[in-house]
Design a protein. Structure first.
Length: 458
């Protein structure tokens, strides 16, 4: 087994000879990849698209953690405990906080708006026969958070549909849908698991490792005096009780700046004025990112059981995908169902759908990044699309045997465990059977009330 120290050192060796791009975890900016896409089989045209997306890059949802970090650094400064790097860090945090306080918490940044606009624009350009003709109907659902509504607006602008009622062709704003898009916030047993689940022991293994403890110590002593460092590591401060708490807050503050490039410029600042990564070494950032992403892997991803409660809570969304697909195909109804949600939505549904690279568990928490890349699974604007194709002049109405479906993850075709001779295209009846068999194996009846399913989930 490779040690954690070796993993971090290997990363440092890799990046030292090239331009360093720090890992941003779930704050990774969206980059589409359609390099392995292929034209549809002859005679088939796009017909309907089922879509779910995380919101675009956003501002902080609240200032609590950043304010806590700022206050802690100010207190250290008042006691003369900051090093020169500590003073630089204090200034960066103050500037970052001043920028964020200009905007509505959790709202999209300029980059976030551009991400969603771009996805919508490419969907319109790539599948005009499904989403840009007069008889194409677009259904839109969001969650209660403003950033999902903003994501929908920017996506639709890119799709070239106006939101003005007098110019609409067929746009149906279905409103908030918590059952299918915020399932993780409803199931009582999952909420208990999220708070006190057995997954915490794996986080403890990471944080208590010699490598992480050494890195935490090295980072802390870079910013504070020896005496202050000792006090922090001994848990003498109430607001930030451990060195790992400090470095976790530090990594979170550093990661958020990637989505704020326009806002930083508009504030009259340069990117390096708030680039906290300049104060950290690549191997340190790699290990901080490893720990930060581990919780998402364990609580929202496949973890050590790809059919655990952290994945099964996404069943309502999978059923919604199946049922809406059935409805559109049976009614020969063109268009798209567009859903805008959160990273907590995308990670479990990607695992439940068994999308390539999203559903493999890890037996060794120190190596989970070998099978699950958070920057791909939970990046800003991460999305899943089922693109349906039908034969021109083919059978209509309730006969869906001629339909093909292409499954995209971040606009790139991905494999699922269903046989096909023409990847990335699958026969819909084969895909549907695969998921229906899986639901049956999980003891789920697709006709049952999904709210009750979440209430009774074990």
């Amino acid at each position: 087994m490779l040690s954690l120290a070796f993993i971090c050192l290997a990363f440092f060796t890799t990046v030292s000879a090239q331009t360093y791009s720090p890992p941003l975890g779930s704050k990774t900016i969206y980059h589409p990849d359609s390099s392995n896409d292929k034209d549809a089989p002859q005679g088939y045209i796009p017909f309907f698209i089922n879509h779910v997306s995380r919101h675009g890059a956003r501002h902080l949802t609240n200032y609590k953690e950043l304010s806590l970090l700022n206050k802690f650094l100010q207190n250290a400064a008042d006691s003369g405990a900051l090093s020169s790097d500590g003073e630089r860090l204090e200034r960066m945090i103050q500037l970052l906080l001043s920028i964020e306080k200009k905007y509505t918490p959790g709202s999209l940044t300029k980059i976030g708006e551009e991400e969603q606009y771009g996805i919508g624009k490419r969907m319109g350009e790539n599948y005009p026969s499904a989403v840009r003709l007069p008889d194409d109907c677009i259904n839109v659902t969001v969650t209660k958070e403003l950033r999902t509504e903003q994501s929908a607006d920017n996506f639709l602008n890119g799709l070239s549909y106006s939101t003005k009622k007098d110019t609409l062709v067929c746009l149906n704003r279905k409103g908030i849908d918590s059952i299918h898009l915020r399932f993780y916030s409803l199931a009582p047993t999952y909420l208990a698991f999220e708070k006190k689940g057995s997954w915490k022991k794996f986080i403890d293994q990471l944080e208590s490792s010699d490598t992480i403890q050494t890195i935490n110590h090295t980072i802390v002593e870079r910013f504070f005096s020896p005496a202050f460092t000792i006090r922090l590591e001994q848990g003498q401060f109430k607001e930030i009780a451990t060195a790992s708490t400090f470095t976790s807050l530090l990594y979170a503050a550093a990661s958020i700046t990637a989505g704020l490039k326009s806002e930083i410029k508009m504030s009259g600042l340069k990117p390096d004025d708030v680039n906290i990564f300049l104060l950290l070494k690549p191997d340190e950032v790699k290990c901080l990112a490893l720990v930060d992403g581990a919780e998402d892997f364990l609580v929202k991803g496949p973890a050590i059981d790809p059919e655990g409660i952290q994945v099964r809570d996404a069943v309502p969304l999978l059923i919604d995908f199946i049922q809406t697909s059935d409805k559109h195909l049976a009614e020969n109804k063109k268009g798209a169902d567009l859903r805008f949600a959160h990273g907590e939505t995308i990670a479990p549904i990607a695992a439940l759908m068994e999308l390539e690279g999203a559903d493999v568990p890890a037996t060794n928490i120190f190596r989970y990044e070998d099978v699950w890349k958070i920057e791909r699974i939970m990046c800003y604007s991460g999305n899943i699309q089922w693109v349906f194709y039908k034969k021109q002049n083919g059978k209509k109405e309730k006969d869906t045997s001629t339909y093909l479906v292409k499954i995209l993850f971040n606009e790139s075709p991905v494999h699922i465990p269903v046989p096909t001779t023409q990847f990335p295209y699958y026969r819909w009846e084969d895909v549907r059977r695969f998921y229906m068999d899986k639901l049956q194996r999980l003891g789920v009846n697709q006709e049952e009330d999904m709210y009750q399913y979440l209430m009774q989930l074990k």
